[in-house]
Design a protein around this ligand. Structure first.
Ligand code: HEC
Length: 100
């Protein structure tokens, strides 16, 4: 067996590991979400903001839709988040509520 043949695979694995680490961090997503997003959703739901994400007729139907909706709300607020911030909030909402 020639170990050199494994290098592209190992590099791909490394890239995947670092990119998911840098690009999405659910803990950081929760901090950003609780700071910027939860208040308005709480007002809309009588103090139960998670209802917005778990109700039967929720708007978001898939991961791409979740990205779009987080982007839409973020842009309305003019937060000017980096992609890492956005991805972290998506990761937080998906791992906690949507489970796509
Ligand atoms: C000023 C009020 C307000 C703020 C602040 C706000 N949102 Fe929203 N959000 C809304 C409204 C209005 C809807 C649409 C609800 C509907 O159509 O029933 C919504 C819906 C959503 C949904 C879709 C819920 C579903 O039905 O599946 C997501 C996800 C979401 N917001 C994420 C965020 C994120 C992330 C932030 C912070 C960057 C944020 N929102 C901040 C008003 C707000």
């Amino acid at each position: 067996m020639n170990p050199i043949r494994h290098i592209p695979f190992l590099l791909a694995l490394l890239a995947l590991a670092t990119s998911t680490q840098v690009l999405a961090d659910a803990k950081r997503g929760k901090v950003l979400h609780d700071q910027h997003c939860i208040g308005c959703h709480a007002n809309m739901t009588g103090g139960k903001p998670e209802l917005l994400y778990t109700r039967h007729d929720r708007r978001v139907k898939d991961l791409a839709g979740l990205h779009r909706q987080v982007r839409r709300c973020e842009q309305n607020l003019e937060l000017k988040w980096f992609d890492e911030d956005l991805n972290s909030v998506v990761e937080y909402l998906n791992s906690s509520y949507y489970h796509f």
